[in-house]
Design a protein around this ligand. Structure first.
Ligand code: NG6
Ligand code: CA
Length: 510
């Protein structure tokens, strides 16, 4: 079906059809990495300030029930791009450095949809969805399939996460600035016993590791995985945010006559948290919060770029995160020691890797000057819904077999009075363990197929908590999911479990 989409249907001819006229603003989706519900001043922290994102919220809609689909990166990004729950497909969990491209490129993705609508499209920043065919990435050759095969005209990427090798940029189908006489090799075993790693040269590290992350050293930081070569192509961790902004402003400039779709995939505040020198010490909380301030600066730069070109009123910005917060995710960066009374999860229980609210309920802001009435919304919206919602806005038909779980919540995203968000949402962790959160109105069902939950207490990441396999909470009365009602309200728990099972079995919910 791919590439055979019907062109946008404009219903102006049939006067009796009261479908809104399609609108084609530029769209920028800014996705933060590991940013928790409480990690911004507009979401309540008093420990540091995020003035630019606060401005975005003041000029737009700030959601109190905005979600990402999963509590780790790869499945959230997979769902955002495909509009389908990641648990429906294998190999959608956290991608390894040499992972093949995880999206079936025959699938019509959100960027394909924008192409059909006549947009220029780009993804800039962290990718972490694999590159290349079944053999994995051909680092010295063409990195294909990848973003360009799912509708992006151009990409400028960090291929995985920066705690995974290699530290090189990928531009379109190639590693940027790769010298053929110094080929890049990436592997999962040390190429020689002398190869410098976080174990045999630990004393040389500028930031120590705490768990995992003890393989190849680059820029004084040891990583997950091994690599050699490609020295001219390597970047400094400190420069990533500047690079994303530089590349984005270039893309905006080239496409200012629009319409364009930019997926700005920040690496902040994923580990290793190494903000630029000018942001180091910006807060009293260490590099984790300094990286949030850096992220805030990036948002400010994007807003300025729009203002300077006079296109802010013709550009919808969506700000979101890929999963909830984590403190020690493998490096000794003092995130925990310097935390003070900052609540990264905004008081919700759990964080990254968990299906408690803290894992997926995250900052979510929409701004479109002139089109959105500023305010705060309690409607339930999710990153997975951007596909169907933006298709609806632009008047682009959805293929029946695409975006299988994406809901058109455009009215809610625009803050329209009376417009509804979702009435139910499935939340997942990294997948494969049979853990789900399922929200229906104020009710939240939790399923832990093995009776074990991870990162329930964000400060104690490595502890696993024994939990009942089925738990039921009322979020209106008990937002912190402490008071399990599964036994006192058996009927509700059974109904919700049956509904969740059906959504899973049906293969789609749209
Ligand atoms: C985990 C890593 C963690 C982080 C995560 C992916 C270890 C011990 N932990 O396996 O540091 O990289 O994967 O994070 O290696 S995510 O935000 O991209 O999903
Ligand atoms: Ca993440």
């Amino acid at each position: 079906m791919k590439k055979t989409l019907l062109l946008s249907l404009v219903f102006g001819l049939g006067a009796s059809l009261s479908v809104a006229e399609p609108q084609k603003p530029n769209v920028i989706v800014i996705m933060a990495d590991d940013l928790g519900y409480g990690d911004l001043s507009c979401y309540g922290t008093k420990s540091f300030e995020t003035p630019y994102i606060d401005q975005l919220a003041n000029e737009g809609v700030r959601f109190t029930s905005g979600y990402c689909s999963a509590s780790t990166c790869t499945p959230t990004r997979w769902s955002f791009l495909t509009g389908t729950y990641a648990f429906r497909e294998k190999n959608t969990g956290i991608a390894a450095p040499s992972s093949p491209f995880r999206v079936n490129h025959e699938t019509t993705c959100i960027a394909d949809m924008f192409k059909t609508a006549g947009y220029s499209t780009a993804v800039i920043g962290k990718w972490h969805l694999g590159l290349g065919g079944e053999e994995g990435p051909d680092w010295n050759g063409e990195l294909k399939p990848g973003p360009l095969e799912i509708g992006f005209d151009t990409c400028f990427l960090l291929p995985t996460t920066n705690d995974r090798v290699p530290q090189v940029y990928v531009k379109d189908h190639r590693v940027l600035n790769l010298d053929p006489s110094d080929p890049l090799w990436v592997g999962s075993k040390a190429p020689s016993p002398e190869h410098p790693t976080g174990i045999n040269q630990r004393e040389t590290l500028k930031m120590d590791w705490t768990h995992g992350h003890n393989a190849t050293i680059h820029n004084g930081i040891s990583r997950i995985g091994f690599y050699t070569g490609g020295h001219k192509a390597r970047f400094r961790d400190e420069d990533l945010a500047d690079k994303w902004v530089e590349q984005s402003v270039e893309f905006i400039d080239e496409n200012k006559d629009g319409p364009f779709f930019l997926f700005f995939a920040s690496h902040d505040l994923h580990v290793p948290r190494i903000p630029h020198e000018r942001f180091q010490g910006a807060t009293d909380l260490g590099y984790r919060a300094d990286a949030i301030v850096q992220l805030d600066w990036c948002v400010g730069e994007l807003m300025k770029a729009l203002d300077d070109r006079g296109i802010a009123e013709n550009t919808m910005i969506v700000f979101c995160s890929d999963n909830g917060p984590v403190m020690d995710d493998g490096y000794a960066d003092e995130a925990l020691e310097k935390l003070g009374d900052h609540k990264a999860g905004g008081g919700f229980t759990g964080g990254k890797y968990s299906v408690y609210e803290g894992g997926t309920r995250t900052p979510f802001i929409t701004r479109w000057k002139g089109a959105i009435e500023p305010g705060v919304s309690d409607e339930v919206v999710c990153t997975i819904d951007l596909y169907a919602s933006l298709a609806s806005l632009t008047g682009t038909a959805l293929e029946d077999d695409a975006a299988r779980d994406s809901m058109d919540v455009m009215g809610a995203l625009l803050g329209k009075a009376g417009a509804k968000g979702r009435n139910e949402l499935v939340q997942q962790d990294n997948g494969a363990r049979g853990n789900f959160g399922f929200r229906q109105g104020d009710w939240k069902l939790q399923v832990h197929a093995q009776g074990k939950a991870r990162n329930v207490v964000v400060e104690k990441l490595l502890e696993t908590t024994a939990v009942a396999k089925i738990q039921l909470f009322n979020l209106a009365e008990d937002p912190v999911e402490k008071n399990d009602l599964a036994e006192s309200n058996v009927k509700k728990a059974e109904e919700m479990k049956a509904r969740l099972d059906k959504i899973i079995a049906d293969g789609r919910s749209r």
